[in-house]
Design a protein around this ligand. Structure first.
Ligand code: NAD
Length: 489
């Protein structure tokens, strides 16, 4: 069936479900403005139903599913993504507007992510250490319980897999809330999970508005843990909401990541990679390197070459395999991004390429460069979340580190230098969860990803992510033949 004609329900207890209110929402394609699908909008009663199903699965069949079977099911879900990759890719492209070349890479990562956690299950183990005398100690790892997971619109499928895979590996059950504008691939993934054998209730998907449905999920007394990816402002609200009743949280938040280019760098690598690092996914990436810091003697030449390359990016139909950058998520978001460019002009930045919304239908915005930016400007401090880069000069290594760290975020940084020792020095001194040295890529299954400072806490994609979905239970046993009688009574 063509994706454009389908209606999507919620996914609760292993099947498509009508929302209690009967409310639906029509989705349009951001790149064309054409209708895409009609999708159910969850309300609080639907969250309650989903949490009940997740609890029942945890107390029932999923709670009894041994690790080797969980591993097999994770591989089966990875296989299902591979088998249905064309449908998933088209759905994601039409729903988000991003280029299919980018979505294909995200799909591969989604597959590898399930496979990584399918293997990582083998690392879930308690321990035993000597405590002396007749005491035996051992610990058990148990799933935290029902996990509420909230994901944003910028990588709907990939973020969903980042959340689902470790939670399922750990043995949790899940109520996932995608953004109500981009729920389609998460809903399809949940259907595939049902088809490959995950018991009903293990994965539930309830798209709906954040401040009502999302907040209800966070406050729900029968949800044990919240894993959130989204903006820093919403993350702060989640922390408040999760304090009563107290529950475990992890937060993957915003970024304003630096990309440092030293005069000794191989510019033939650094310039195209720096262009890619901001404009892939149209700059709507948490770890987009949106502050390019350039050593002063190189600055003018760098800006000229960078701007020329940025201006040559192929922007257009996101379903065309030759397209490098699709549309933004919506016209409203495009206007917000343009507002930042106007602000940059007012603050004294020079627009060297782009800077005006494209004519015609669709939420397109061209790759834009703001040069002559100082790090204190609002455009250098706030997450623009669009194809807009700020280029800032620095004097020397010390100055570069100061500017790189002079921001409230700390998600990612990239350093371009011909001096390996300098690369290691900067990696140690930049406050970010990931630092790439002469390497633009950011996220790989198996390599922990997450933030310092207001970019959040907790890590995804790594072995340590499993710990965030596990409790450690310590068992103490007396092996003495004598009765254990501490008061000697
Ligand atoms: P957002 O915070 O507005 O929304 C994220 C999700 O939270 C959505 O599902 C939304 O419905 C929900 N939500 C909103 N208010 C809520 C509330 N009060 N209670 C519960 N849920 C609520 O963010 P966005 O604009 O959708 O996404 C972009 C942001 O996400 C950017 O800041 C980006 O940097 C960040 N992000 C971070 C990472 C990471 O790994 N660190 C990855 C992707 C995106």
């Amino acid at each position: 069936m063509a994706v454009a004609t389908r209606e999507y329900g919620l996914f609760v207890n292993g099947e498509s479900a009508e929302p209690a209110s009967g409310e639906t929402r029509e989705l349009t394609e951001p790149a064309t403005g054409e209708p895409l699908a009609r999708v159910a909008v969850a309300g609080e009663a639907d969250v309650d139903r989903a949490v009940e199903a997740a609890r029942a699965a945890l107390d029932g069949p999923w709670g009894k599913t041994p690790p080797n079977e969980r591993s097999r099911l994770l591989h089966a879900l990875a296989d299902a993504i591979v088998a249905n990759r064309k449908e998933l890719a088209e759905l994601e492209v039409r729903n988000v507007g991003k280029a299919i070349s980018s979505v294909k890479a995200e799909l591969s990562q989604a597959v590898e992510n399930f496979r990584f956690y399918a293997s990582a299950i083998a690392s879930i183990a308690g321990r035993s250490n000597p405590v002396g005398g007749s005491l035996l100690f051992y610990s058990l790892k148990e799933p935290v319980g029902v996990a509420g997971q909230i994901v944003p619109w910028n990588y709907p499928l990939m973020m969903t897999t980042w959340k689902l895979a470790p939670a399922l590996a750990a043995g949790c059950t899940i109520v996932l809330k995608p953004d109500s504008a981009t729920p389609l691939t998460a809903l399809r993934l949940a259907e595939f999970a049902g088809e490959v054998g995950f018991p009903p209730g293990t994965i539930n998907v309830v798209p709906g508005p954040g401040p009502t449905v999302g907040a209800h999920l966070v406050r729900h007394p029968d949800v044990d843990k919240i894993a959130f990816t989204g903006s820093t402002a919403t993350g702060a609200e989640i922390m408040r909401l999760a304090s009563d009743p107290i529950k475990r949280i992890t937060l993957e938040l915003g970024g304003k990541s630096p990309n440092l280019v030293f005069a000794d760098a191989k510019l033939g690598d650094a310039i195209p990679s720096s262009v890619w690092s901001i404009y892939y996914s149209a700059g709507q990436s948490c770890e987009a390197r949106s502050r390019v810091l350039v050593e002063a003697p190189l600055y003018d030449d760098f800006v000229a070459k960078f701007s020329e390359l940025a201006g040559s990016i192929r922007v257009g139909d996101p379903l065309d395999p030759e397209t490098q950058m699709g549309s933004l998520i919506s016209n409203e978001h495009r206007d917000k991004v343009h507002g930042f460019v106007e602000l940059g002009r007012e603050e004294g930045a020079e627009v060297t390429t782009g800077g005006e919304p494209a004519d015609g239908k669709g939420a397109f915005y061209p790759p834009t460069v703001l040069a002559r930016v100082e790090n204190g400007m609002e455009v250098a401090q706030e997450e623009i979340f669009g194809p807009v880069v700020t280029v800032i000069p620095f004097e020397d290594e010390k100055d570069a580190i100061r500017i790189a760290n002079d921001v409230r975020y700390g998600l990612m940084a990239t350093v371009w230098t011909g001096d390996p020792a300098r690369g290691h020095r900067l990696a140690a001194r930049i406050k970010a969860g990931t630092v790439g040295v002469n390497m633009p890529y950011t996220a790989f299954p198996g390599i922990p990803f997450g933030g310092y400072k207001q970019s959040g806490f907790g890590r995804e994609l790594g072995l340590e992510t499993l710990e965030l979905y596990l409790e450690t239970k310590s068992i103490l046993v007396s092996t003495s033949p004598k009765p254990f009688n501490p008061f000697g009574l």
